[in-house]
Design a protein. Structure first.
Length: 570
């Protein structure tokens, strides 16, 4: 199947799903009988409610636009049909995760995401892609194992339905396993290093993974489980600390990074921290609101970045880009729209959700240090977003003189323009659907203007950094490495983690298997037996005169030793 046919299919499915949003005020639970053994049926439950329909519609719209973009971005790929089928399997796995409210059957979509993401990350089949794919799949397998543990520990409830979980003696253990499984899927600390590494995948895959599929699966799992999880006293404080630290680390790393795709990946990590933060404040509807708005402008951001990378001969370094506003005005405009939505510019999609989260956190009984972390992360997010926009559009071009760039191709223009339109109006539309019944918090004028103050400060900081150089300050190697290595989280997650076990195993091998065990065992026996044998062999190889002489001397010595006179004296 070609990307164009798959795109049309997804557009049709999204159009067919749209009427179900009218059923949003009510939830419909259906059971599909797969098989029956004697009196024991095997049922597959499916839930259709406001959360699942809105999220599934968002995924289908984004996937359709991504496949349209793929027609141009990967038009020379000989395995384009296989790639299209993998994308469709990826989308199918995410939808199964959304519509199945059963913890046991949920594994179909959960494991499907892990398997297809690994295949897509190693799509280019080179050592870098293989390393990134192994980090991705092994990190996600931790969450898979924890989800299996939660299935085993929920046996005392006599069911695996997510929406009917109740308190039990094993509830704290269930909370811990579900939280850790979601953290691995959504790349929260200390499982964050695989998310930037997954940038080895093709850009269309990155647009899907980082907008509405793989990384948001953990957040959506916690939204489904939120009524049960929030009954555990330590759940919210733990998630607050983890999410705030994650968003600060990701924002700081993105400010120092120069790889375009890694900056966008780190921005995804920061926004995942914002979603977890709002969930820890007991606001699952607001979490879903930010998840949906973020999906739109993040997919748009990746498609714009992919277009610029394609026209820059697949160069991803910001220091090799520039003046795209002249050669690619439409792509530059949509990139600016996506970045401004990410920053929370008023009346764009990101503003409605981020502003609501910040204001809700200010009135909640939260630790001041947590609020300071949220404020600082928001400031850094705006700073690196504006720096990305300036470096890719306003800097002097560093490309080859004979290169040319244009954004007149319809497969490039249609998905970016359609997603930019949604990035503008989607937040306002969802604001009436998800958050309209809630009363906006009443804050003092200074706190109410805090987002605008942060936006102004970030604009000033990004302008100063861009005016100084393409590498952000401070340009001190230790500080720069600390940021770009995600606070030294990346080295332990790669080959450095294996150095100590490899050294210990090598030492044990040399001292045991290749050491005294060999000396006392077969190698020592062989040495002790081979030495006399080699001496006898050397005697057998003597020439005939030497053999006669050696025999004569031996007989003479024996005659002297055993003569009657010598025996008499003895």
């Amino acid at each position: 199947m070609l990307p164009s046919s798959a795109s049309y299919l997804l557009w049709l499915l999204s159009a067919a799903l749209f009427p179900f949003i009218l059923l949003a005020p009510s939830s419909h639970l259906m059971e599909w009988s797969l098989a029956q053994f004697a009196t024991s049926p095997i049922m597959l439950p499916i839930i259709i409610d406001k959360k699942s329909t809105l999220f599934a519609l968002t995924i289908l719209v984004i996937s359709a636009n991504v496949l349209t973009f793929t027609r141009t971005y990967m038009r020379h790929d000989p395995s384009l049909t296989r790639f299209t089928y993998l994308i469709l399997l990826f989308v199918l796995s995410m939808n199964l995760l959304i519509f199945i409210p059963n913890l046991m059957a949920l594994l179909i979509g959960w494991d499907g995401l892990g398997l297809t993401s690994f295949i897509l990350v190693i799509y280019y089949q080179n050592p870098k892609s293989l390393g990134a794919g192994m980090i991705t799949v092994l990190s996600n397998r931790i969450g898979d194992a924890l989800l299996l543990l939660s299935i085993a520990w929920s046996l005392n409830q006599s069911h695996w339905s997510i929406i009917l979980m109740w308190e039990s003696p094993l509830a704290p253990l269930l909370t811990m396993t579900i939280l850790l499984a979601a953290m691995t899927k959504s790349a929260q600390l200390p499982f964050s290093s695989w998310l930037p590494a997954a940038m080895a995948a093709p850009t269309p895959v990155s647009a899907l993974v980082h907008s509405s599929t793989l990384v948001t699966a953990g957040v959506f799992l916690l939204i489904r489980f939120s009524p049960f999880l929030m009954k555990t006293p330590w759940f919210s404080p733990t998630l607050l600390v983890i999410s705030s630290t994650t968003m600060l680390m990701a924002s700081h790393s993105a400010l120092m990074e120069c790889d375009m795709k890694k900056i966008i990946a780190l921005s995804t990590l920061s926004q995942l921290g914002v979603m977890m933060f709002s969930l820890a404040l007991h606001m699952p509807n607001l979490t879903l609101f930010h998840l949906l708005t973020h999906a739109m402008f993040k997919a748009l951001l990746f498609l714009c970045a992919g277009s610029i990378i394609l026209m820059s001969h697949h160069a991803q370094d910001l220091r090799q880009m520039g003046t795209t506003w002249i050669s690619m005005p439409t792509i530059t405009s949509t990139l600016a729209t996506a970045n401004l939505a990410l920053c929370g510019t008023p009346f764009l999609s990101g503003f409605y959700s981020k502003d609501m989260i910040i204001e809700s956190s200010l009135i909640s009984p939260t630790n001041p240090l947590i609020l300071l972390t949220l404020t600082l992360a928001t400031y850094l997010t705006t700073a690196y977003s504006i720096r990305l926009l300036m470096a890719s559009t306003l800097s002097p071009t560093q490309s080859h003189p004979s290169s040319s760039a244009s954004d007149t191709s319809p497969p490039l223009l249609f998905p970016t323009v359609s997603l930019s339109s949604l990035a503008i109006i989607f937040g306002a539309a969802l604001n009436w659907i998800l958050v309209a019944p809630l009363k906006h918090p009443e804050l003092p004028p200074l706190w109410k203007s805090l987002p605008l103050i942060l936006l102004t400060l970030s604009l000033t900081t990004a302008s100063l950094l861009h005016a100084k150089s393409s590498t952000p300050l401070p340009n001190i190697p230790s500080i720069h490495f600390n940021a770009t290595s995600m606070w030294h989280l990346t080295p332990p997650s790669h080959q450095n983690l294996l150095q100590l076990p490899l050294f210990l195993s090598d030492s044990l091998y040399k001292s045991n298997d290749a050491g005294w065990l060999e000396t006392l065992g077969p190698q020592g026996s062989f040495t002790s037996l081979s030495t006399p044998g080699s001496n006898i062999t050397s005697l057998q190889s003597l020439t005939f005169p030497n053999f006669i002489l050696f025999s004569f001397l031996s007989i003479s010595i024996l005659f002297i030793l055993f003569s009657p006179d010598s025996l008499h004296k003895a």
